[in-house]
Design a protein around this ligand. Structure first.
Ligand SMILES: [Zn+2]
Ligand SMILES: [Zn+2]
Length: 350
C-alpha cells in the first residue's frame, strides 16, 4: 500500500524513497490528525499500511497496554466474569469471533456529507472525499450467507464477483455474504468496491496462510441516522460459502439459547465485543451494559467493554437481550472514558 503513497495524493508526502524515522513520525502525525477529524468515532487510519498499525497500537492513548483485550484464539472461560463462565457462552463467542472481519477501506467517497445529520460536527473523513489515502481500518461481522444462482431457489444468473466479471466464464453458483458494520466505516458502494473484507485474521502468526481476503461488493442498506451499514460480498468458493453459512446459523441458534438463559437486565448485563483494534489481529473484550436507551423504537446500548480505533463496526453482543433473534449491533463510538456506544443497526429482512 505504501507505494501508492505520495504518487497519488498530495496530502500524503513522499514516503516511498526509504523509510526514515522522520518519515515514520510524519506519517503518524498525519494519521493522528486524520483520526481527530472523526470526533468520537473509532476508525483506525494509516498513511503507511500494516507496519504503522502496530506502531499506532503501541502508542494507543485510549487503552495503553490493551490489558483487557484478549486475542481471540486465547479467549477462555477464565476471561468471563463469575456467573457467566458457561461453556456454551464461550462457544458462541468463539463463533462470533470466527465471523468477525477486518475491513480495509482504500477510498473515501465523494458522497460523504460535510456534516453529521442534524449537527454542525463534521461527518467522519469528509475532508478526505475523493482520496485514496489515508487507508481506513474498521471491523464488521457476517450476518448471514445465502446460496444464489442455481443453488438458490431454482434461479439462474451469474456470480456478480469481480473475478467472474473479468473471467468471461462466470460461475452459475455462488454465495451472497451479508456483513454488518458502521456506515462511517464503509459509506456507500463507491467505498465498498475499494474495500477488502478479511476473514480469519485471528493472529499475526501465519497470517498470510490463514487470512482470507474477499473483495467488497456493494452497500445494500445504509442508514445515516443510525450509522448502520449492510455490506454484501459474493464468493463462488462454495466450500467457503457452505462453511460460513453453517457457522452463521450455528451462531444464531446458540445465541438464541444463551439470550434466553441470561435474562436481560435493565442495567448491568454482560457485553461482549469482538473487533480488530488498530486494524491489528482480532481481540475479544468483555464489560457491562451501563445504559440502554430507545432511539425511535430501536435500542442503543452504552457499555464498558473496551474498544479502540479500528473497533468501529465491530459486533457488540449484549448477552440476554430480549429479542433473541437479532442481538448483535455495530459498535459506533467512544462516548467518554470507559463508556462506548453502539449503533441501533439496520433492520434486515431476508
Ligand atoms: Zn488501543
Ligand atoms: Zn464469482
Amino acid at each position: 500500500m505504501a507505494e501508492q503513497c505520495g504518487s497519488q495524493d498530495s496530502d500524503c508526502g513522499s514516503f516511498e524513497k526509504g523509510d526514515t524515522e522522520d518519515h515514520t513520525l510524519e506519517r503518524l502525525r498525519l494519521a493522528a490528525e486524520a483520526r481527530l477529524t472523526q470526533g468520537v468515532y473509532e476508525v483506525e487510519v494509516s498513511y503507511g499500511g500494516e507496519a504503522d498499525l502496530h506502531r499506532e497500537k503501541g502508542r494507543c492513548g485510549k487503552n495503553p497496554g490493551h490489558k483487557n483485550f484478549i486475542p481471540s484464539p486465547q479467549f477462555s472461560l477464565t476471561h468471563l466474569p463469575a456467573g457467566f463462565q458457561d461453556k456454551q457462552l464461550l462457544e458462541t463467542i468463539g463463533l462470533c469471533a470466527q465471523l468477525t472481519v477486518r475491513l480495509v477501506v482504500n477510498y473515501t467517497s465523494m458522497s460523504r456529507p460535510e456534516f453529521l445529520p442534524n449537527s454542525k460536527s463534521a461527518y467522519p473523513f469528509s475532508r478526505f472525499r475523493g482520496k485514496t489515502v489515508p487507508y481506513r481500518f474498521g471491523s464488521g461481522w457476517l450476518f448471514d450467507a445465502f446460496p444464489r444462482g442455481v443453488l438458490g431457489e431454482g434461479k439462474g444468473g451469474e456470480c456478480p464477483c469481480s473475478e467472474c466479471g473479468q473471467s468471461g466464464k462466470p460461475s452459475s453458483a455462488w454465495y451472497e455474504l451479508m456483513f454488518l458494520t458502521a456506515l462511517h466505516v464503509v459509506f456507500d458502494s463507491e467505498e465498498s468496491k475499494a474495500t477488502d473484507v478479511e476473514l480469519f485474521y485471528d493472529s499475526d502468526v501465519d497470517r498470510d496462510s490463514t487470512v482470507l481476503k474477499l473483495a467488497g461488493g456493494c452497500v445494500e442498506m445504509a442508514d445515516i441516522e443510525t450509522d448502520g451499514c449492510l455490506l454484501v460480498c459474493w464468493t463462488h468458493d462454495l466450500d467457503l460459502g457452505d462453511k460460513l453459512q453453517a457457522l452463521s446459523r450455528q451462531r444464531w441458534d446458540l445465541m438464541r439459547e444463551i439470550n434466553m438463559r441470561y435474562t436481560r437486565e435493565e442495567r448491568g448485563g454482560l457485553v461482549v465485543v469482538v473487533s480488530h483494534p488498530h486494524g491489528c489481529s482480532k481481540q475479544v473484550t468483555v464489560g457491562w451494559a451501563v445504559d440502554r436507551s430507545d432511539w425511535t423504537g430501536l435500542e442503543v446500548y452504552r457499555y464498558s467493554a473496551d474498544t479502540c480505533p479500528g473497533s468501529s463496526g465491530a459486533g457488540m453482543w449484549p448477552v440476554g437481550w430480549a429479542d433473541p433473534d437479532f442481538s448483535i449491533l455495530p459498535h459506533s463510538k467512544g462516548v467518554s472514558k470507559g463508556v462506548n456506544e453502539c449503533s441501533p443497526g439496520v433492520v434486515v429482512v431476508d
